[in-house]
Ligand binder design. Sequence first.
Ligand code: ASP
Length: 348
Amino acid sequence: MFRSVGFGLWLVLMVADAIHAEDAVVENVVFAIHGGIGLDKAEMTPEIDKRVRAELEQALRAGFAALNKPNAVGLDAVEAAIRLMEDSPQFNAGRGAVFTHDGRNELDASIMEGKTFKAGSVAGVTTVKNPITAARAVMEKSKHVLLVSRGAEAFAAEKGLEIVDPKYFRTEERWQQLQKQLDEEKKRGQGLRVESQETAVVPQRHLTGFSFGTVGAVALDKAGNLSAGTSTGGMSNKRWGRVGDSPIIGAGTYADNEACAVSATGHGEYFIRYSVAHDIVALMKYKGLTVNAAADEVIRKKLKMAGGEGGVICLDHKGRFYPSYNTEGMYRGCITYDGQVQVRIFEN
Ligand code: ASP
């Protein structure tokens, strides 16, 4: 008796889950972005809600405008929108990035083109104003894929990109966020003790009151090509040159014209270990899953079971947009070919 009630309940939940997944697919999308996993519902205020939505809409429109310029490629839209969010002190990318344990802002970014499988990334940069532009320069102007730290900074300077004093990235709010974490660590007596991979870095969304997160974008251009990009300051209080998933092709970013474009946000250690972005593409390509089924399989099943918090935005080659996350919400938005904007946080 209990067994069949239990089974019935399970069935209802599974069906509800499937409906939720199908409901959230948006058709005819050409460009979409995310601004990280952000706050829990209880922490959200009408003022923050308004600010997030306005910033996301502005970035969406910037990407859309770039996409509609003559001869534009999807990478132009990805770069334009992410640059805007890097320049905004609200996001954990570029100016407004979180701080490392040592009080520095170390930035990571990547970009990928789904037609050619070309990709570029930078990690741990402290002087490049727009890391997404540096990532694109690595892809288009070097024979490498991933450049780190001083070398990446020297490359960016050599290619004429804008270089700034590391202080440019500092915001008081992120600094206070670090101080709070250091205090908490001291109280718990953790200091330099090495923890396990699961607990080494606390996802920064639990520690911030007002700022949004990592940023990312996916585009489908007029030639039918997909592209994706992601930019972040990583996780607050990160140590020892820690690099997350955002600059790792296949983990935080991936694009394949035959499947979809993916940009991720969340606890990077898990996204690297589970090759999240590429896993979604592989499920579509080799198993024939739809974009929503593939994304949910990885984010809401595999990753959730492993304890990895986060989400992805995905855009397939038919213009079907799907965000999947295992947190309460994810800041995200999309725009259709005729300019209809949709911005969401907690709702499907
Ligand atoms: N995924 C990023 C990282 O681990 C952080 C985030 O998305 O909030 O570096």
